[in-house]
Design a protein around this ligand. Structure first.
Ligand code: ARG
Length: 409
């Protein structure tokens, strides 16, 4: 028996994949997997209902806790960022694929199916994990392959063709048809694409945002928020210890009221396409600057410079979905070692769309008020004289030579 495990969101594309798997790809048995990484409960419920209506063997896997602990927290420790994007969609993909692999093993599948197009990054991220963990399984991507024409050729699906195919093949489409925006949502953020947002100079309308207030409607008073970190991960808010999942959710809520976390970037996709992306990531907009501020307090200058390189490389690996790459393990070994000192607290001020660092403290602070203060005599300033004299020596020599040459010519 040929069994396919389809990574299933319940949306139009992946729903269309179900009859396609049966009729065009000739699978005997379609198994659908929806991985809960914090998308709206309504989406999960809809996926379950549609799967049932279409008679697939369906699995919903709750991976929220694992997503926070094993994906979001490592991203915070690595100051996870790609061109200004906190990697929310990117880091969820390896986890979704890993859960599909678990189901595939359980049901003895011969293949995977996914609804990614051939233009985006997700096809790379999902297939890399599937191929790494189960090298012998086939992978089919009907959206990427396109619609089969009577002459055997294929062409990309248009939205109206998709809807027509669904209507002809008993795929429930009720609520998916009207949607203008393509939205991917999880615990670390929302990604919004499509429609006029594809025009780089089209201002994002307020309606695309769901977690953040528009700047005009934010609270009139600034709010101070103290984030406590232990070994580089957030563990408390305003001195209240919080479980990882609760902490992230509560920060979305608090920062969202201040309009914090809207990101609008031009992004360089893996295939080289430049695309306009909008993100809504309130918790990340608070936690990433806070984490960086704490590192700035406890790490040496040389560590900070080196870690910036490590972080950048980590961000790129995460964007590319290379979650099981040995380099990622190597980078994380360094990060884990340095994070043992990233323990302390950072005070953030949230106001009118901005989150700024206004205070930091740690037992590991490499800071001595006695040395740095204007009012202290501990630092012997006369010792600077020699250092200052030799400062820029080579540079000054260059200028001497240069002016000598230009005088003589
Ligand atoms: N460009 C982002 C990434 O590759 C987000 C993609 C979001 N997908 C979506 N359907 N809105 O990680």
């Amino acid at each position: 028996m040929r069994t396919v495990v389809l990574v299933y969101s319940g949306g139009l594309d992946t729903s269309l994949c179900i009859p396609l798997m049966r009729q065009e790809y000739h699978f005997d048995h379609v198994v659908t997997v929806t991985v809960d990484v914090g998308q709206p409960a309504e989406d999960i419920r809809q996926a379950e209902q549609k799967a049932q209506a279409m008679g697939t063997e369906h699995y919903t896997v709750d991976a929220k806790e694992e997503f926070v602990r094993e994906y979001i927290f490592p991203a915070i420790r690595a100051n996870g960022d790609y061109e200004g994007y906190p990697l929310s969609t990117a880091i969820a993909r390896p986890l979704i694929a890993a859960k599909a692999v678990e189901v595939a093993r359980k049901v003895g599948a011969t293949a995977y199916g996914h609804g990614c197009t051939g233009k985006g990054n997700d096809q790379f991220r999902l297939e890399y994990i599937m191929r790494t963990l189960t090298p012998n399984l086939q992978i089919v991507a009907p959206m990427r392959e396109g619609r089969l024409l009577p002459d055997g050729k294929r062409e990309p699906w248009t939205r109206s063709e998709e809807i027509q195919y669904c209507q002809e093949h008993g795929v429930p489409i009720s609520q998916t048809v009207k949607k203008i925006w393509s939205i991917d949502e999880n615990l670390w953020g929302r990604s919004i694409e499509g429609g006029r947002l594809e025009e780089p100079d089209f201002m994002p309308p307020d309606e695309i945002f769901q977690w953040t207030c528009s700047p005009a409607d934010t609270l009139e008073e600034p709010q101070l928020l103290q984030i406590g970190f232990t070994n580089g991960v957030p563990t408390s808010v305003d001195d209240r210890e919080m479980a990882p999942l609760d902490l992230i959710k509560s920060l979305h809520q608090i920062a969202g009221q201040h309009g914090v976390g809207r990101v609008d970037v031009m992004e360089d996709r893996m295939l080289g396409l430049k695309v306009r992306e909008n993100y809504e990531c309130p918790a990340a907009a608070v936690l990433l600057p806070a984490h960086r501020a704490l590192e700035a307090l406890v790490c040496t200058r040389e560590e900070l410079r080196f870690k910036a390189l490590v972080d950048r490389q980590w961000g790129e690996l995460a964007y590319h979905g290379l979650w099981l790459d040995p380099l990622k393990e190597d980078l994380e070994a360094f990060i884990a070692h340095i994070q043992t000192r990233v323990t302390g607290a950072v005070t953030m001020r949230l106001f009118k769309g901005g989150a700024s660092v206004v205070g930091r403290s740690s037992d590991w602070a490499l800071y001595s008020e006695d040395l740095a203060s204007f009012d202290s005599k501990t630092f012997d300033q006369s010792e600077s004289i020699g250092n200052v004299k030799t400062h820029g020596m080579q540079s000054r020599m260059y200028w001497l030579l240069k002016s000598g040459r230009s005088n003589s010519s």
